[in-house]
Design a protein around this ligand. Structure first.
Ligand SMILES: *Cc1c(COP(=O)(O)O)cnc(C)c1O
Length: 222
């Protein structure tokens, strides 16, 4: 019951046309099924094998979103079914996603993760690297990848002005790229930003997809 009520209250904050990804990492399949039965279809996981296991057990109508750092040797576990990889953070990873997508005979949709936080620990490309990559020849050679936009995580802080500034910077990069000529396999359609603590700010700053875990499922135990 709590999950349904939480989902309804988060969904009420999300304008039409923006998407809610329910972050179900570490949550047992029963909890995911409860959210599914309440109407939620998009779920986010950060570990490839955990996602693959849940994919096998749960309804096939679920869209699985990879949101966490993905090691190249794990791409194979999710390539046959993953809906969108939010966390493509190196050319080497993109190359492996392309290879595994070709093996699975499909095109995998990806977002490029941009490092926008002050913290050193967060993964992602710099703005300069993104600009270079998005306009480069290499991208056109990855025939089994479609780049749909960008993803970013703000600094974990109570300073909402800083969080807003980081989201705004990412939106500016997104808009700048969207207004330049890009290869056909690169589109700036989706901007994935915002978690439980900051999704309202992210939506105000132009997020098209929010990734919300704790506000739906409660505190994670692990
Ligand atoms: C865990 C996680 C989330 C969700 O975090 P909550 O604070 O539980 O909403 C969102 N994005 C990424 C990349 C995560 O790893």
């Amino acid at each position: 019951m709590a999950i349904q009520a939480n989902l309804e209250s988060v969904a009420a904050d999300i304008p039409a046309g923006r998407k809610l990804i329910a972050v179900s990492k570490t949550q047992p399949p029963e909890k995911i099924l409860e959210a599914f039965q309440a109407g939620q279809r998009a779920f986010g996981e950060n570990r490839a094998q955990e996602m693959a296991k849940k994919f096998d057990m749960l309804p096939k109508a679920i869209e699985w979103h990879m949101i966490g750092h993905l090691q190249t040797n794990k791409v194979k576990y999710i390539a046959p079914f993953v809906h969108l990889i939010h966390s493509a953070d190196t050319p080497r990873l993109l190359e492996e996603i392309n290879r595994q997508a070709a093996r699975a005979n499909r095109i995998i949709r990806c977002l490029l993760q941009v490092h926008i936080a002050e913290e050193e620990t967060k993964f992602g490309f710099s703005a300069e690297e993104i600009t270079e990559l998005a306009g480069s020849e290499i991208v056109t050679q990855w025939g089994n990848i479609q780049i749909e936009g960008l993803m970013g995580m703000a600094t974990f802080t109570d300073n909402t002005a800083q969080v807003r500034r980081e989201f705004r910077g990412l939106k500016m990069l997104f808009d700048r790229l969207a207004s330049t000529p890009l290869p056909p396999s690169v589109k700036m359609r989706e901007l994935s930003m915002g978690m439980s603590g900051d999704y309202k700010i992210a939506l105000e700053e132009g997020s098209t997809m929010v990734r919300v875990g704790t506000a739906i499922f409660g505190e994670r135990k692990l």
